[in-house]
Write a protein that binds this ligand. Structure first.
Ligand code: 13P
Ligand code: SF4
Length: 304
């Protein structure tokens, strides 16, 4: 089958199954192109919560499909590649978090959505890169545990008066971005704006003109008058940035900004998943009931 035939088949099957195809902003170009909706973790969670379709096909990584399953328990949630995980999410376990909680019994746990449902179930509220500071500041307590991303944790800690205790996890893709590469790109493009994701290490965020989630980068690039942008996040973001801003230039400081898990899903996988209605993602109800509350609390925090 040609690529075009595969795409046609995917569209026809999605219609037939009343399926909505969601794709994260880091997915391959062709997956973003065929998706009904692309977005950041917060935007896609909100779509998963409100959609009226019967099936959600989540082109992303495991924790994202799990969140969709938590927010839409009556729907079938499919993850085209069962092996698409998130190494950062796997850096904390429910058992490890319970041990940390025992050391700070009065501090609520704010957990990044990049986490397993079992860890969410041990938490008080979730956050994403788009709402993290707002979520933390919405709490009445003066002390919080921030799990699992130490970089997002430090970013939040610098923007709140609360005492923050951090879990030492990190995203291997963002964590390997080095200040030297960013500085080199800035020297080569002195008029450029550097946008960075809060999963980047602190020395990178210090160089940034703007720090935001992946979808925040689309809004910023669209509204800013600069012609050149250096982009501190995963390479998949370039597809839509370039499509939406054909008169602007977008540069990655290094070729290392690739998340292998986000790149696993192909059109063939998507087609196979719609044909077989698998792999399906479900969460045992004992965990789901608690984990759902943490996502619902996050979604109740007002947006700007
Ligand atoms: P956002 O799209 O929410 O900014 O998340 C980035 C990310 O690393 C998802 O895996
Ligand atoms: Fe996880 Fe980082 Fe990949 Fe996002 S980019 S899925 S945080 S490893």
């Amino acid at each position: 089958m040609s690529q075009e035939q595969i795409k046609e088949e995917i569209r026809a099957l999605a219609r037939q199954r009343n399926a909505l195809i969601l794709a994260h902003n880091y997915q391959r170009d062709e997956i973003q192109e065929i998706a009904d909706i692309t977005g950041d973790s917060l935007g896609l969670s909100m779509e998963a919560a409100r959609t009226e379709c019967d099936v959600i096909v989540f082109c992303g990584v495991h924790f994202m499909a799990e969140s969709a399953a938590l927010l839409s328990p009556e729907k079938t949630v499919l993850l085209p590649r069962a092996d698409a995980g998130c190494p950062m999410a796997d850096m904390v376990t429910a058992e490890g978090l319970r041990e940390m909680k025992s050391r700070y019994p009065d501090a609520p746990v704010v957990t990044y959505v990049n986490s397993t449902a079992a860890v969410k179930a041990e938490s008080d509220i979730c956050c994403t890169s788009a709402n993290a500071v707002k979520v933390v500041n919405s709490l009445s307590e003066n002390e919080v545990l921030l799990v699992p991303d130490r970089n997002l944790g430090r970013y939040i800690a610098a923007r709140t008066d609360k005492t923050c205790h951090l879990w030492e996890g990190y995203c291997p893709t963002h964590d390997r971005l080095d200040a030297e590469s960013v500085q080199r790109s800035l020297n080569e493009h002195p008029d450029a704006i550097f946008m960075a994701h809060p999963e980047c290490p602190p020395e990178i965020l210090e160089l940034a003109h703007h720090i935001c989630s992946t979808s925040g980068m689309y809004d910023y690039a669209r509204s800013h008058s600069a012609k050149t942008f250096i982009v501190g996040t995963e390479a998949g973001i370039l597809y839509r940035l370039r499509q939406e801003n054909p008169d602007k230039e977008f540069i990655l400081p290094t070729a290392q900004l690739i998340c292998p898990n986000m790149k696993l899903t192909s059109l063939d996988d998507l087609l196979h998943c719609l044909q077989t209605m698998s792999p399906q993602i479900t969460v045992p109800e004992k965990i789901a009931a608690k984990a759902r509350i943490t996502l619902d609390r996050m979604l109740a925090v007002p947006r700007d």
